[in-house]
Design a protein around this ligand. Sequence first.
Ligand code: B12
Length: 171
Amino acid sequence: MDPYQEGLALQRISVRRGVITTVALGLALTTVPAVADARDVSDTNAPVKVSLTVQGPDGLLFKGKIKTKGHDVTTATGGTHRCDGTNGGAHPTAVPTPTAALDDAARKRHFAWDGTWYASFDDYSVDTIKNVSGDGVAYWNISVNGASTPVGGCQFKLNAGDKVAFTWTAF
Ligand code: B12
């Protein structure tokens, strides 16, 4: 191989290496943000739109789509506390929650709700919505996408499109 051919061959190898390096770098650059994105998406407190239903003993008390995020709430009985999924250490950072969604609907549509604060759970028990309470025979059950939440309404994380229901449920 003459020096020219040898030079071309070396150039091709170095170009190929360059391509490989560029491809590898490209992959690395596209892979790292993808991982970061996944973490951001799961932990974000960006507002989400959910549908909210409040089903009382005598019919629907509220039904509508609500844009919501985790935030501090204030009730007459319980006072002001955070309600953003960090309650009880349930989530490391703030997220939207069912009780915060109820609070947003109440503020937007001008209806009242009340809840007792339990420091032991770092959460509210939602006792009254639109002046309807359990009266010792029922309670306000909280469900998301048809399943009763295993924790209180300030600890559960909501995702966009979730169906949140507060349902007056007899004991
Ligand atoms: C009985 C009971 C209820 C009864 C309480 C009323 C009654 N008639 O007794 C009812 C059916 C109302 C109830 C409801 C709920 N409950 Co409950 N309940 C219990 C249970 C089995 C015993 C509580 C008790 O009597 N303790 C003894 C008394 C002497 O102590 P106390 O502090 O005074 O008890 C009061 C509080 O526990 C409060 N309470 C009951 N449940 C809940 C839930 C939350 C989030 C809060 C803040 C307070 C609260 O009501 C009790 C009576 O006044 C516990 C399990 C347990 N081992 O503690 C679960 C328990 C407390 N409940 C739980 C849950 C998740 C709920 C609901 C959120 C379920 C739902 N998805 O709807 C709802 C509350 C919804 C709302 N409106 O905010 C979870 C709480 C977990 C958490 N980290 O948040 C527990 C620990 C069960 C579990 N999953 O392991 N509950």
